[in-house]
Structures are given as structure tokens and as C-alpha cells.
Design a protein around this ligand. Sequence first.
Ligand SMILES: Nc1ncnc2c1ncn2[C@@H]1O[C@H](COP(=O)(O)OP(=O)(O)O)[C@@H](O)[C@H]1O
Ligand SMILES: [Mg+2]
Length: 310
Amino acid sequence: MIELQHVSKAFNGLTVIDDLSLHIARGEFTVILGSSGSGKSTLLKMMNRLLEHDSGRILFASEEIRSFRPEAIRRRMGYAIQSVGLFPHWSVEKNIATVPTLLKWPSDHIHTRVTELMTLLQLDAELYRKRYPHQLSGGQQQRVGVARALAGKPEVLLMDEPFGALDPVTRAALQLEISRIHKALGTTIVLVTHDIDEALSLATRIVLLEHGRIVQSGTPLQMISSPANDFVTDFFGRNDIGIKLLGLQSVATRLRPGVRAAGEPVLASLSLREALSVFLVRRVERLAVVDGDGHALGAIDIADLLDLRP
Ligand SMILES: Nc1ncnc2c1ncn2[C@@H]1O[C@H](COP(=O)(O)OP(=O)(O)O)[C@@H](O)[C@H]1O
Ligand SMILES: [Mg+2]
């Protein structure tokens, strides 16, 4: 979908992206992770030509990104950023409709699309569509920002720290939303963040960046269980890697089918990290496991958590 070949970019003679090659496959949820100043935002902005690269090639749908007209890129790639960037004197509805309006969609079509997106992002359309950004909470503004990015049905959604500056509860809710949208629409997503847990919970693929180079890329499980070097190990946190690993796997992966256990059952979809917490709080060594409909599946033992092979 997006292919970078030996791409470099410098600002005032200082290299920020250094001979970087990366392929982003259709339908993937790629998270570009790195500390502040590692070049994440620059990398993202080159993908939609907000910034021009100095050398190398960037291909979108197999064609040079430079051959696209800016409107075509705006239509095919949605872009959402931390500071939201909503137009303050435009209603929520008008903000969300920015790209459809540019594309001259019929107004009834736009109206329907706005309602659909507000529903998707769990904003009450009747209540909020005529409001202005300053009349919304930070979390609601972020939702409008994401809705606006999705409005033109883009093939790619680029997001730069879209959930930054939110309280942990709102942040988790929005992460869940975006994960749901990815699964439901199959949109190719590239998200930039410096938040390790956010990367681990959202990504199908993590690209770890440092000084404008890729240190390692892989699934969350690969990054944690087979770090390429000490930098990667340290980045993900040497001391709680075991806990993070538990967070990436579900109770279902350790199920003892048919085994019975006393007490309130846990869901098979629960992460092993959450299961550990339940073991500790209840002071038990075995938990009953059920599926989403409450049907008994079996049990899990606390010793099963030690089997950390990916
Ligand atoms: N427009 C610019 N002009 C000059 N330097 C810039 C500009 N944008 C970014 N930089 C520099 O490039 C480096 C990478 O920035 P950025 O891509 O924003 O990193 P990140 O998003 O990972 O924090 C930083 O050192 C930053 O100061
Ligand atoms: Mg940035």
C-alpha cells in the first residue's frame, strides 16, 4: 500500500530520516513507535506529502507519491493529529464534512455520512452535530478529529499521537474504538506514538524508530519476545517484559479444556495479565473459564502463566 525505499530527509543539514525503507501492507495496523525527536512525525508527514522527502522513493498504491495531486492524496489518506486541528468557527458537522464537501458530495449524502461517523465514534449525532469545538470535551474533540479523517472513506488513515493529552479512561475508550474501526472497515492504519502500551495493544506491526532509522519491526509479540538488541529490550522495559508478554496473550491460549474449577469464572478473552491479577486478588491457584456466552470451557492454573513461549 505504502512503500518507502531508501528515504532520507534533513532539516538545515541535520539528518532526521536516514536511508529508511519500509513497506506498509494493505489492511495492516502499523504503529510507528519511538522516543521524542526520533523522526516519527516527519516520517508520517512524508507519506501524505505534508513534507517532501530529499531522496529515495515513496510509493502509494505502486505509484510515486509525487505523481498524485494533493487533493487525491487528501481524499485517499485521512490524517488525524494530536492537537486535533478542528476549525473553531465550524460546527462539528461541518468539520467532519470537510473532505466530502471538497469532493462535492450531494448534501443528503454528506448528512448521512456525518451521522454514520458520529455513531461509529459514539457521539450522539442529534446532540452534537450543530455544536462548536469549544463546546466539546477534549475526548469528544479527538473523536470528531478521527471522524473527519475517516469521512472521505480513505484507504489509509494516518494518525499522529491522536490520543495524546487525554485522560487514561477516555484514551482507552478511543483506542478500543479505533481498534474496532480497523477490524470493521479493514482500513490501513499508520499510527505514531511514543506510548509503548498503546503500541502493544493496537499494532499488528510495530516499527521502532531511533535517530530516523528502523531499529526493529515486527508483531508486538516478536518485539517483546525476540528483541533485536539491548536498545529494544531497554525501550520496552527490561523489568516488566514478563508482564507485557502476559498482556499480549489471552487465557484461551492456556486453557485446560473440560477441567472444572470453583468460583466466579473468567472470560477466555481475558489477557493473561488480567488473569494474573485475578489470581492474586482471589488468592487461588485455579480459575474457571467461560466463553462470551457464559458457557463453561475449562480452567486455567496459575502455573500455566509460566509457559511464556510465544
Ligand atoms: N520543520 C522542521 N524544521 C527543522 N527541524 C525539524 C522540523 N520538524 C522536525 N524537526 C526536527 O526533526 C527531528 C525529528 O522530529 P519529529 O519527526 O517531529 O520527531 P518525533 O515526531 O519522533 O518527535 C527533531 O529533532 C526535530 O527537532
Ligand atoms: Mg511527533
